[in-house]
Design a protein around this ligand. Structure first.
Ligand code: MGD
Ligand code: MGD
Ligand code: SF4
Ligand code: MO
Length: 686
């Protein structure tokens, strides 16, 4: 192919990943032939992960949906044979007709959206769809599946989802990676930390699983799942006892040190060892490192907060940099999320005013299974987009049972026939982000990026924006809110004087530069008023007391109520998929080989199990057949598996979330994916 036939275009990675990489896309006509990193981006600097290098194979995949489909086989049957092709007109007529009938028979709350961040673009993830469901008065979905428990916990301490600028972390001398699998989930933090290491930094990984990130780090500290707040309190115990706290910073910027110190006094290294499994002398050494090496930076992940006590774990860890004054040191402090800095005008984007005086109920997305059993009114119409709930949502057997209801009308809008489509009455083809205009923020770095379409919509695909706009117009909704362009909506979202960090970020400026950085200059959270009610970092929190939570950091064990089951199961994401996205792409499945269960070799010996054999992992909710790997990369009593494989990845066709619970975390209604218990048994011969 002559080089001259190729064109290059700038794009943004749309996936739910902190890095939000800038991409350089190679086009041959309207075909995307290569996706690389864009070397000009100040943070992502031309490096991208292998998953997204495989994007051409995803956008031009032979299985990609190209036109609307209507079910002709019984519910529960998947695959293209289960559907017939229809036109968009037919699809819209059916949707609008069903919605109108549902509303007249049961009221608008019998309709419910189910979505998450399959595409992080602001317009497509939380723009026109929000307007549409507000205007309908549908049941509202609380989008709690990812990071809310830790988000709320961090907020109690710091007042906002805002940490330090990650570009400063090259100056760090001690980097603690806490409950984050960075090598797989935040590769540019790894780049910065590796640069810091060249300049003398030490990297410590605190996790329940010795994984790729532990191998890259200088030290691995393994602990029992859900015991992080006890470890953090143990560090505080040592810091306070040994005089390693920063009295001046504490006096100027915090409230509640004495109450916190009283609680921390209870967490001696010996007691912490009993709770966490981390040897007392390691707790002491970790605290001394943290109290003496500066700048010290903590990258807080989402893994540790997918527990019953996940909110408190993050709330507690977020207090550590205040004890040592590290928030005030360049390259010190912490990041859980930085979304606060690039927040757009949600009121104008999502238009909650369109609800008018309609009363609505809220359903927690982690409890979809339960919601599909609701009675008053029942959910009769479910519209799924940018999510794959049959795979990603906890207690999936209960979810699937709900989706099987003959009286439930389910529409799925996606790029592929996902497992959720096995239960869809109608399937609608979605564009990829390459085909759309959108605005992207990162929840880690501080750049906003504008995306302009680089190819035309493929087949008959429509974006979320277009789908909800056209549905709104067919239902006769206000032109002012629905008959607008993407560009108009971006302008509305950016019009937000309340966020000084994005001052000057206009559509024109973004279009010209491609990206712009939120301005922290002089506005850093820790120089002036901290955005908590007291204006200080809250080591003691009145808000928590009002919410019925302990006002100071404390430790409570995860509670499953299935204590007779011997193992805690930690089933997190893997390296080559993005949640369940890419788990239908052969090239990436091959790299992951198969789902694997990691168990301590002593536990395996006790059970008479050996590496490489198939085992049944079960509890009262489900049973998954999986291949065992017995080694020493988890503590006894813990089993770990990675990857949200579709059901065909498992011998028994039950995917991993058939084992997880709908129980909610201590804060924000967060998910507790990693607090479930299981037993592990020999599988019958094949
Ligand atoms: N390659 C890849 N990248 C991704 C994703 C993906 O699926 N694949 N998903 C994206 C999304 S949506 C998210 S939310 C992020 C998630 O990425 P991370 O924030 O890194 O979170 P997880 O990978 O879920 O879990 C991180 C680590 O927490 C550990 N862990 C589990 N329980 C505990 C505990 O109690 N204490 C401690 N200390 N550690 C514990 C797990 O073993 C795991 O190594 O990654 C994003 N990036
Ligand atoms: N056991 C276990 N379960 C988990 C987790 C875990 O660690 N362990 N992690 C949880 C977390 S942190 C998260 S964030 C969730 C993620 O859950 P989901 O957000 O459901 O994530 P994906 O599996 O990536 O599914 C996204 C879907 O959106 C589709 N999509 C992409 N772009 C578009 C678009 O523009 N329009 C439409 N209509 N569709 C689009 C994709 O093809 C894909 O099918 O999973 C959660 N589930
Ligand atoms: S998935 Fe993450 S690391 Fe990979 S290209 Fe996208 S933003 Fe970058
Ligand atoms: Mo997530």
């Amino acid at each position: 192919m002559p080089e001259t036939a190729l064109k290059y275009a700038r794009s943004v990675c749309p996936l739910d990943c902190p890095d939000a990489c800038s991409l350089k896309v190679t086009l041959d006509g309207d075909k995307i032939v290569a996706v690389d990193g864009n070397p000009d981006h100040p943070v992502t600097k031309g490096a991208i992960c292998n998953k997204v290098r495989n994007m051409p194979g995803r956008v031009h995949h032979p299985d990609r949906l190209m036109y609307p489909l209507r079910r002709i086989a019984p519910k529960g049957v998947g695959g293209p044979e289960a559907f017939e092709r229809i036109t968009w007109d037919e699809a819209y007529e059916e949707i609008v007709g069903r919605m109108e009938r549902t509303i007249s028979d049961y009221g608008p709350q019998a309709i419910m959206p189910y979505s998450f961040y399959g595409n992080m673009g602001i317009l497509n993830a939380e723009g026109m769809d929000r307007r549409f469901f507000h205007r309908l008065g549908a049941t509202r979905l609380d989008r709690t599946i990812c990071s809310v428990a830790g988000g709320v916990g961090f907020n109690y301490t710091m007042g906002a989802g805002a940490g330090i600028d990650p570009e400063e972390t090259i100056h760090s001398k001690l980097i603690i990676v806490w409950g984050a699998n960075l090598v797989s989930t935040n590769m540019h933090q790894v780049v910065y930390a590796t640069e810091a290491r060249k300049r003398g930094a030490k990297i410590i990984h605190i996790d329940v699983h010795r994984n790729r990130t532990s191998v890259w780090a200088d030290e691995f500290i393994g602990l029992r799942p859900g015991t992080d707040s006890a470890l953090a309190l143990g560090m505080m115990n040592v810091l306070i006892r040994e005089g390693l706290t920063d009295a001046k910073f504490l006096a100027e910027h915090t409230v509640g040190f004495d109450e916190l110190a009283a609680e921390a006094a209870l967490y001696t290294p010996e007691r912490v060892e009993e709770i966490t499994g981390v040897p007392a002398d390691t707790v002491i050494r970790l605290a001394r490192d943290y109290g003496t090496v500066s700048p010290a930076y903590i990258r807080i992940g989402n893994g540790l907060q997918h527990h019953d006590n996940g909110g408190m774990a993050v709330r507690t860890i977020a207090c550590l940099p205040a004890l040592t004054g590290q928030w005030a040191v360049k390259g010190g402090g912490a990041i859980k999320s930085n979304s606060h800095y690039t927040a757009v005008n949600a009121e104008r984007l999502e238009r909650p005013d369109l609800l008018a005086d309609k009363t609505t109920r809220i359903v927690n997305m982690n409890q979809l299974g339960e919601a599909l059993e609701l009675q008053d009114p029942p959910i009769k119409f479910l519209l799924v987009y940018s999510s794959n709930p049959a795979v990603v949502t906890p207690d999936s057997n209960r979810v699937r049972k709900g989706l099987m209801r003959e009286d439930l009308f389910t529409v799925v809008h996606d790029l592929f026939l996902t497992d959720t489509c096995q239960y869809a009455d109608l399937v609608l083809p979605a564009t990829s982000h390459f085909e759309n205009m959108d605005l992207f923020a990162s929840y880690w770095h501080l750049y906003m990026q504008l995306h302009e379409p680089i190819v035309a919509p493929m087949g008959e695909c429509k974006s979320n924006f277009t789908l909800f706009k056209e549905l709104g117009l067919r239902l006769g909704f206000e032109a002012e809110a629905f008959d607008i362009t993407e560009e108009q909506m971006i302008r509305e979202a950016l019009d937000y004087p309340e966020n000084p960090y994005i001052e000057g970020m206009t559509f024109e400026a973004l279009r010209e530069n491609g990206w712009m950085k939120a301005k922290l200059n002089g506005l850093s959270l820790f120089n002036e008023r901290v955005p908590t009610p007291s204006g200080k970092i809250e080591l003691v929190s009145e808000r928590m007391k009002l919410a019925g939570l302990p006002a100071v950091p404390s430790y409570a064990p995860v509670s499953e109520g299935e204590e007779d089951l011997p193992f805690v199961l930690v089933a997190g994401p893997n390296h080559n998929f993005l949640n369940s996205t890419f788990a239908n792409q052969e090239s990436l499945k091959k790299l992951e080989k198969r789902p694997t269960l990691h168990m301590h070799r002593d536990d395996a010996a006790t059970l008479g199990l050996v590496s490489g054999e198939r085992v049944r992992v079960r509890n009262g909710r489900g049973e998954v057949v999986i291949t065992l790997d017995a080694a020493e990369n988890v503590l006894p009593g813990v089993v770990v598996t990675q990857g949200l494989w579709w059901e065909d990845g498992y011998e028994g066709r039950q995917s991993i979330n058939s084992l997880t619970s709908q129980r909610l975390a201590d804060m924000g209604g967060g998910a507790t994916f990693f607090s479930s218990r299981v037993e592990v048994l020999k599988a019958a011969a094949e």
